[in-house]
Design a protein around this ligand. Structure first.
Ligand SMILES: *Cc1c(COP(=O)(O)O)cnc(C)c1O
Length: 458
């Protein structure tokens, strides 16, 4: 088989993208306070800000949009979504939400009491924000290897069982409502969790009556890595691997905007009847009736179709190949990136790229801004800004990983686009010594990375 297989789809509709000059881009990024989130999409050439909601839907999914049953209650599309989730994920109950954080809000509000601890394999921004909002303390229990960007080992998303046991011994199982296990781990570089690890986490938690809730956002990508790299799964279809993964969880939150191949949507799943009952009581307050949860009927239908398409082996292996194609080009040129290349993005290691810029001068933030100026490619900081401040001391959290994420939207760009991205990164790397740091001039209280503003240090 080809190392980077050709697209398993052909193009039926096209969207023209704008080209800009470097001079224009210098103006645009200055106006945006050196924050790529604040650029207008019309100012961007290749948009690798996120893989969230940026998916190209298939012709079948667009056909689903015409099958929307927009009844206020009991929509047929909800039935289809429920059937599909039961079949492909295996959970008993599903509550649709407008996107992943809607599901996180429900789960955190129902399960967390003030003073609780929620351990997880590294944090995710919105996930941790909801846990903390409900009075929990987040504890990172990912294996140490995950914090070492250059270390090329498989399954860097695994939970360290010793760290989990230590937390249980320290605070007691009754103060741990659930373990939040992300498959894959976005902030570690899209790193997967092994099936053996999921099984072991479930076993340990069962002993203490602690629930295991997955952040299932990129579960299909995780399933692909298991098929490729974990012993005994080489001949198992991704679809079956996914179902086995989910059998070691009590439920999950899902951002449909990622692995379910839609532009908006999400859901919360669980097997527990009482938890479902509580979720249906709360969802009417924040989202809508339990049978639509903030989504139009057509969106639920498209998501059901997307779930089916997402487990197609040709689709998922091409998706991972695209990430590796970009990553391998950068590695060949000596540009420091997180290894191994994960499932949804290539992460530039800004610490190694710009060792002359201190972390509190925001090297990753500046690198993302410079990449935009150089090429019109939009990326995102995943470092000290994204990590926020300690909720007790008010100090910056200082993650070991200071990264720029080049996120590949699903089914949107071609290998030729990725060539442009690679060339821009390589060019920037040659001139890295000319890049200086930033100072933050506006800082919002929560999830500051979305809207913070910066100025270059002179
Ligand atoms: C995107 C994302 C979420 C939140 O989902 P939204 O649909 O953006 O609200 C949660 N966890 C992870 C790992 C994500 O990447």
């Amino acid at each position: 088989m080809k190392k980077y297989q050709a697209e398993p789809y052909k193009i039926k509709a096209v969207e023209t993208i704008t080209m800009t000059t470097q001079k224009e881009r210098e103006e645009y990024i200055k106006k945006a306070g050196y924050n790529t989130f604040l650029l207008e999409s019309s100012q961007v050439y290749i948009d690798l800000l996120t893989d969230s909601g940026t998916t190209a839907m298939s012709d079948k999914q667009w056909a689903c949009m015409m099958l929307g049953d927009e009844a206020y209650a009991g929509s047929i599309n909800f039935m289809h979504l429920q059937e599909t989730v039961r079949e492909y994920y295996g959970f008993k109950h599903i509550v649709p939400t407008h996107q992943g954080r809607g599901a996180e809000n429900l789960l955190s509000s129902i399960c967390i009491k003030p003073g609780d601890y929620v351990p997880g394999n590294m944090y995710f921004t919105t996930t941790r924000a909801h846990q903390e909002l409900n009075g929990a303390t987040f504890r990172d229990i990912i294996i140490d290897e995950a914090h070492n960007a250059q270390l090329d080992v498989p399954f860097k998303g695994n939970i360290d069982l010793k760290k989990l046991q230590a937390l249980i011994d320290e605070v007691g199982p009754e103060r741990i409502p659930y373990v939040c296990l992300a498959v894959t781990v976005n902030l570690a570089g899209g790193q997967p969790v092994s099936m053996a690890n999921m099984r072991a986490v479930k076993e340990l938690c069962s002993k203490y009556g602690i629930k295991v809730m997955y952040d299932a956002t990129r579960c299909v990508e995780n399933a692909f890595f298991i098929q490729e790299q974990e012993e005994g799964y080489a001949n198992t279809p991704v679809r079956a691997i996914l179902k086995e993964m989910m059998s070691y969880a009590d439920g999950c939150t899902m951002s449909g905007k990622k692995d379910c191949l839609v532009n908006i949507g999400g859901f919360l799943c669980m097997n527990d009847d009482e938890l479902y009952q509580k979720a249906t009581e709360l969802v009417v307050l924040y989202e809508g009736m339990p049978s639509y949860g903030g989504l139009a009927g057509r969106d639920m239908e498209a998501m059901a179709q997307g779930i089916k398409e997402s487990v197609n082996d040709a689709y998922i292996s091409h998706r991972i190949a695209q990430c590796r194609y970009l990553g391998d080009k950068l590695i060949e040129a000596g540009v420091p990136v997180v290894r191994p290349i994960g499932g949804h993005a290539v992460f530039l290691d800004a610490r190694a790229f710009l060792p002359h810029i201190a972390q509190e001068e925001f090297p990753a933030q500046m690198l993302a801004a410079q990449l935009y100026i150089e090429s019109g490619v939009r990326s995102m900081e995943r470092g000290i800004i994204s990590s926020g401040r300690n909720k007790d001391t008010g100090e910056h959290n200082r993650p070991k990983l200071e990264l720029v994420r080049l996120t590949i939207p699903r089914r949107v760009y071609t290998y030729a686009h990725l060539d442009v991205v690679a060339e821009a990164c390589i060019e920037l790397y040659k001139h890295r010594n000319n890049i200086k740091g930033l100072k933050m001039v506006y800082e919002p209280k929560v999830l500051r990375f979305f809207t913070a503003r910066f100025e270059p240090l002179s």
